[in-house]
Design a protein around this ligand. Structure first.
Ligand SMILES: [Ca+2]
Ligand SMILES: [Ca+2]
Length: 191
């Protein structure tokens, strides 16, 4: 009986660990695994699905650094890009490239994990780079990017952490785990 309660306690701790590990991990998607001229249609990375309103996603490769375009090169990156996260993310940043006209280059329609939607103006000044920082918005579940620049814009280096928003199943297993550990300690003390 004693050994059975010990096993239950260990199993509960093991069940809670993957959740704690997922909350701490950071991801950067830099698209450098893609090659120029291929239509990828939809891109699937861990936790992240990227699609476009044109059904086309191609890579622009410059000096070994690839970034994505929501349309066929060389007709311009004139599509909308949708970035969807299986689990909400926080500390989201990314780069916008292909800026011809300095100033407002795109608008982000951001779906937050709390169910709210927010529109954010995105600015840029140069053909390369132009860091966009959405970390102040909190947990984000979906992003639609609409360009406002000549021949569209390109995107690179989506960086984020999986947000520390426990899902109902994770909360349940953690509560069950705590209950089992508590029971195991209580029984050990009585024994
Ligand atoms: Ca890149
Ligand atoms: Ca442009």
């Amino acid at each position: 009986m004693k050994s059975l309660t010990r096993i239950a306690g260990r199993a509960a701790i093991a069940a809670a660990l993957p959740f704690a590990a997922a909350a701490a991990s950071a991801t950067t998607i830099d698209f450098n695994d893609l090659s120029s001229g291929t239509n990828y249609g939809t891109l699937n990375y861990e936790n992240t699905t990227i699609s476009s309103s044109t059904g086309v996603i191609t890579a622009i490769v410059s000096q070994g650094d690839a970034r994505i375009c929501a349309n066929d090169n060389p007709w311009g990156c004139i599509g909308e890009l949708t970035v969807s996260f299986d689990n909400a993310v926080e500390n989201l940043t990314f780069d916008i490239g292909g800026v011809n006209n300095p100033g407002l280059v795109a608008v982000a329609e951001v779906s937050l994990a709390n169910g709210m939607t927010q529109f954010v103006d995105l600015f840029g000044t140069s053909i390369n780079g132009n860091l966009q920082d959405l970390s102040s918005l909190g947990a984000i579940s979906n992003l639609i990017l609409r360009h406002d620049d000549t021949l569209g814009v390109s995107y690179d280096n989506f960086s984020f952490n999986v947000a520390d928003v426990p899902e109902p199943s994770a909360v349940l297993s953690m509560l069950l785990g705590l209950g089992l550990v508590g029971t195991a300690i209580h029984r050990r003390r009585r024994a």
